[in-house]
Write a protein that binds this ligand. Sequence first.
Ligand SMILES: [Zn+2]
Length: 506
Amino acid sequence: MEMKMEENMRVVDTGSEAGGEDALVGNVNKLMVTPRGYTGVPRKGHLVFDACFESGNLGRVDYISEFEFDLFIRPDTCNPRFRVWFNFTVENVRETQRVILNIVNFSKTKSLYREGMSPVVKSTSRPKWQRLPAKNVYYYRCPDHRRNYVMSFAFCFDREDDVYQFAYCYPYTYSRLQHYLDSLERRNLDYLQREQLGLSVTSTESTDQQQRRLDLLTITSPDPALQNPKKEKKLVVLTARVHPGESPASFVCQGVIDFLVSQHPVAQLLRDHVIFKIVPMLNPDGVYLGNYRCSLMGFDLNRHWQEPSLWAHPTLYAVKQLIVQLSQDPKVGLEFYIDVHAHSTMMNGFMYGNVFEEEERVQRQAVFPRLLCNNAADFSFSNTSFNRDMVKAGTGRRFLGGLLDDTSYCYTLEVSFYSYMAAGSTAPVPYTEDTYMKLGRNVARTFLDYYKHNHFIDENKAQIPSHINSIEVLSKDQQGNGNRNGRSSGGERAAERKSQGVRRDY
Ligand SMILES: [Zn+2]
């Protein structure tokens, strides 16, 4: 069957190694990969690779055989050191076409692929992301690629008209965040405010304006004088996606926001006593571009907190300025800074905290992670650690830990790109988009436990009827479907069971 060619598809002979890694300047653009020297007409089964879309990343494809292709990750813009995130589509497939795709230029060696992690896939007719079966994934040191670690996966295409998409982990793009924030804004909640805290780097190319929104959400009850006349409000600051490839951080962050803006009684109590300031995407350019670690200009923004430049790190500059200003505001007590990340070699959710001389402060710092551990089966206190490594001195957690007074707590919240081990279980449970969000909801409600624990919120006033003292009631509410009765429907639970059972469609 002949296929209709789109004009921008290039038929390229990729059988030669001549380009070398220096040729990795951009993403492949509807690249049809044919055998070396092939001059005939394009046919069904000549795979077309594309990564020219938001958060896309694939720099080069080499034809090895009809059944095998070598794939090269495009390094972060202006920083060739980081090559981990990939996200690309494949189309023009033949039904029952079996291929092996080798990702050959990872910049890291240690990987959760050894523990059973696999890439995620979806296709036009099956739009929900799934992890590939681990048995189809191999991770090994390859003599053919300068002894680099290579991740190979076998895949069988099954529908000729489908476009297949593969990614390192569930993508969460800048546009997705914008749609989500737009939908929140349309709800006109009097306890939610969205501001543009700044804009990202301006591109020198006038055709491609890089300036993207740096969003700030403020969630708190509108009139503190009525709700809480005597006490100051506590302030919690949360940031995510300083590292653009760490997409699970966005699902966690959305889970936090969904909970805090919900009608859940815990959320209402928290809004009465606490101001939440949330920057959901600290590095919007990096996310847009499909980078793993860096900004457009190649900076790891989580190493520049000490001296961010307005010119080189505008989003970080704006966030730091905001936090410094908040820390000097006598009307609010800035108590928590949490920066959300995803981890490529560890399992579970866990935290990094700071090291202090005073034992009492050390103990106080451990309270929040301990309480979170009680609430979230996937959060591990034993993986949580406290350090003062020199290499981390430029991180938000370390810098603000030194800046803020000794009644405040700064953490990095990490969540595995792959899975968690629940207590008592023997097999790792792979994270889904939903379970990442659930961790976020658990983080949010843990603030009530914390403020009850230190008596900032009155234990008696904060009694939540036991049948609704669960975050599960949010599953409809958070989607804005208007189910406010505090119970999840039978259909929803069935859907949850179904999504937990791994469908092996691919
Ligand atoms: Zn990170």
